[in-house]
Design a protein around this ligand. Structure first.
Ligand code: BGC
Length: 754
């Protein structure tokens, strides 16, 4: 009896507590039935029913976001870490059961978790994800992100970023998925498809041609329509088609003279040609007008400006923005809320599955790290026979580097490398200046692999001391780091500080020098001929140390492939000189922009307006080096393995969508994964760069094993954009399909005619 009473008391108390807690969670009202609760109705019908009930003020409220405290927090609030993130918030309409929109950045983990004082998995950078060339892994990443976002009460994600790498010094290269629209679009598509399946609103950004961060709010990207449609916009088109993304974030920059968030061309292409039914949200502080933006297609203004809100209400009342357009804006938001499932299945706060996060983070790094050089098979290291290892530089004794800005995931346990106290006085410290190291020390993981070996660390600050340690060790592993962040571009593609000199000194002391790079993107390697091996580890995430050790010791056979070209020098880039806002003078004043100019200006490098002419046009990344016949350091699609692969027997089944079939054989002694790539060369009359990626597949092979693979090539990937008719066309003539293991190693080819 006593047990029963106690049980009932506990049950009732729990129920009451549950109801109270439920009611206290912002945006979560206890479920109630409304006419639009009927899930059998279409999202559009449900949205229209709600709109009929809304007052003008409620409609306006949907269109003006709040949030973004990060930029305005005093520096002490983030003691060396990015404690808070730039999340976003749109109040819902509780009386109608419409939830708040709770947004978080989620490019490489749920960066908004820090806002809530919560743990989130710090994944490797988006560039590392892209280097895995693995749509299934991207889906797994999306699933992890989706679960963690929901566990923290978020119902809208602010990722993925898929700007094309036209400017490799862009400080956000690490947030993007490389230089090819098919690769970036496909991978982002799978990631967001997985998030949507878990009932989140997903978002693609930064639309569009926001390919550098220096002066991002004053830069004007000048680019032809065809170039845009076939590269930058195509990535978005593919990702949207594959994912059904609910939102697009328009970018800060101007495109051909008009701000992206009020650009009738790019927003028109999105809503008309791509058939996008969701809503366009401005980047934070990226709205520069009321009427123009609303009429061009912007639906939600996020914080930093006040162009929507009251000004929009006035514009509607004055008839400058028709009521139909206002209703369309609200309709797009509501139909997306129903379509994504956030109304019917709101998130319930929960604990993130930390171990699952570790698993996905480690797998991503193990599949995304790229082995660039391995002379004399110095790698993998033999755990059984190695006697001494010098581990040098890059704070490898305590952690692995990550990239800064809105995508920064708070480091679990705090920053492994506390920043200098003077830096914290800078108001932008926690947003972008502090270099955050996640606590996953490669040194420790390497020592665990080879418990009998002498594994010693030198910080690498003094090349002579590092060289001395290298000299008395069997191998030297130098960790070289390059911090990058949103809000600032890299000065150049060289490793910062004394790291080139350090590597030279270590390599001179020990011929078995292995360089592990933790960089945001491509770097120049003046020492390449002198070192034995190079591994590009990108920003490796919370299990980076373990993943790197697994790769170095051969527990994992490297399979990553470059999603962007590594040039030999900056002189070889389409734009050898990187443009930033010019110095202000009488002719070039600093413009008065809408929004909170102080902090935004600082973070975005405000200055006089300036133009960047993307006159390389269609020739983005490898297409540039191919067209210009330039040698590169490492080509797009390249990556070594501890085994070798051979290709043979290409046949192409012609047809609307041709199918390339061929055999891949593992010709080495270890199991490995090859990324078989198919490129197409179009007829001369198409006026295209020499080739474009049209398909790929990953093939896992045991030693000696052969597999026949078939890669269908979508006809869409063979067309070009014809500006005159504003449509895609297939040029009649000969198409050569080229097959192999990188963009510059394509042993098989077959020609078909259309
Ligand atoms: C970034 C966006 C981000 C937003 C919200 C902006 O500074 O450009 O990528 O989603 O902040 O954090």
């Amino acid at each position: 009896m006593k047990v029963r009473i106690t049980f009932s008391v506990v049950l009732v108390t729990t129920l009451i507590a549950g109801v109270v807690a439920f009611a206290q969670i912002p945006g979560m009202t206890p479920p109630k039935h409304y006419a639009w609760s009927d899930k059998t109705l279409s999202p559009d019908a449900r949205a229209d029913m709600v709109i009929k009930e809304l007052t003008l003020d409620e409609k306006i409220q949907f269109l003006h976001g709040l949030g973004w405290n990060a930029m305005f927090m005093p520096p002490e609030s983030g003691p060396g870490t990015r404690a808070i993130s730039a999340g976003g918030f749109i109040p819902g309409v509780p009386r109608l059961g419409i939830p708040d929109l709770q947004m978080t950045d989620s490019v490489e983990g749920v960066s908004g978790a820090g806002d809530k004082g919560r743990y989130a998995t710090a994944l490797p950078s988006a560039e590392a994800m892209a280097a895995a060339w693995d749509p299934a892994l991207s889906y797994e990443i999306g699933t992890l992100l989706g679960h963690e976002m929901r566990a923290m009460g978020f119902n809208m994600s602010l990722g993925s970023g898929i700007n094309m790498i036209r400017e490799p010094r862009d400080g956000r290269t690490f947030e993007y998925k490389g230089e090819d629209p098919l690769l970036a679009g496909t991978l982002a598509g799978q990631e967001l498809k997985a998030e949507k399946a878990l009932h989140l609103i997903t978002d693609l950004k930064h639309y569009a041609v926001n390919d550098q961060d220096a002066g991002r709010i004053v830069v004007n990207s000048i680019i032809g329509k065809r170039a845009m449609r076939e590269s930058d916009l195509l990535a978005f088109q593919i990702a949207l088609k594959d994912s059904g993304a609910g939102a697009f974030m328009c970018s800060y920059n101007r495109i051909n003279g008009i701000y992206a968030c009020e650009n009738p061309y790019t927003l028109g292409v999105l809503k008309n040609d791509f058939g996008f039914k969701g809503f366009v949200v401005s980047d934070w502080g990226g709205t520069q007008s009321t009427v123009n933006a609303a009429l061009a297609g912007l639906d939600i203004e996020m914080p930093g400006n006040d162009s929507f809100g009251e000004p929009l209400k006035k514009a509607v009342e004055a008839g400058q923005v028709p009521m139909d357009r206002l209703n369309d804006m609200v309709h797009r938001i509501l139909r997306t809320e129903f379509d994504s499932g956030i109304v019917d299945d709101p998130p319930h706060p929960d604990s993130p599955n930390v171990m699952q996060g570790f698993k996905v983070a480690q797998k991503t790094e193990e599949h995304g790290a790229v082995l660039l050089k391995n002379e004399g098979n110095v790698l993998p290291l033999s755990a059984a026979s190695i006697q001494s290892i010098a581990v040098i530089g890059g704070h490898a004794d305590v952690g692995v580097l990550s990239g800064g800005g809105s995508s920064q995931v708070s480091p679990a346990g705090g920053n492994a490398v506390p920043p200098p106290p003077e830096l914290l006085k800078n108001p932008l410290a926690s947003f972008m200046l502090v270099e955050v190291y996640h606590r996953s020390a490669p040194l420790k993981s390497m020592q665990e692999k080879a418990p009998h070996a002498m594994v010693q660390f030198d910080p690498g600050t003094d090349p002579a001391s590092a060289a001395a340690l290298a000299k008395k060790s069997q191998v030297a592993v130098v960790f070289a780091v390059q911090h990058a962040s949103e809000g600032m571009d890299l000065a150049n593609l060289s490793l910062p500080g004394n790291q080139d000199a350090l590597i030279e000194a270590v390599a001179a002391a020990n011929p078995h020098t292995i360089v592990v790079l933790e960089t945001g993107g491509a770097v120049i390697m003046p020492w390449l001929d002198k070192v034995a091996a190079v591994v590009e580890a990108w920003y490796p995430g919370i299990r980076g140390g373990q993943a790197i050790a697994n790769l170095l010791f051969g527990d994992v056979n490297p399979s990553g492939r470059l999603p962007l070209t590594f040039p030999r020098s900056e002189a070889d880039l389409p734009h050898p000189i990187h443009l930033a806002p010019p110095k202000p003078d009488a002719e070039h004043p600093v413009p008065k922009l809408a929004g909170a100019p102080g902090m935004i200006g600082m973070a975005m490098g405000i200055g006089p307006f300036f133009d960047v002419h993307y006159d390389e046009g269609l020739k983005v990344g490898y297409k540039w080096y191919d067209a210009e016949n330039k040698a590169v350091l490492f080509p797009f699609g390249f990556g070594l393995s501890y085994t070798t692969f051979a290709y043979s027997g290409l046949t192409v089944a012609p047809g609307d969508s041709p199918i390339a079939s061929f055999t891949v054989k593992n010709t080495g002694k270890r199991a490995g994964i090859e990324t078989a790539q198919v490129y197409a060369s179009l007829p001369d009359a198409a006026g295209e760069p020499p080739k474009r990626l049209v398909g790929w597949t990953k093939v896992e092979l045991a030693p000696g094993e052969s597999k026949q693979v078939s890669i269908p090539v979508s006809r869409d990937r063979l067309t070009i954009f014809d500006e005159a008719s504003d449509s895609w066309k297939l040029t009649p003539g000969e198409y050569t399909l080229r097959v192999g293991g990188s963009s510059r190693d394509l042993p098989l080819q077959k020609t078909i005619t259309y």
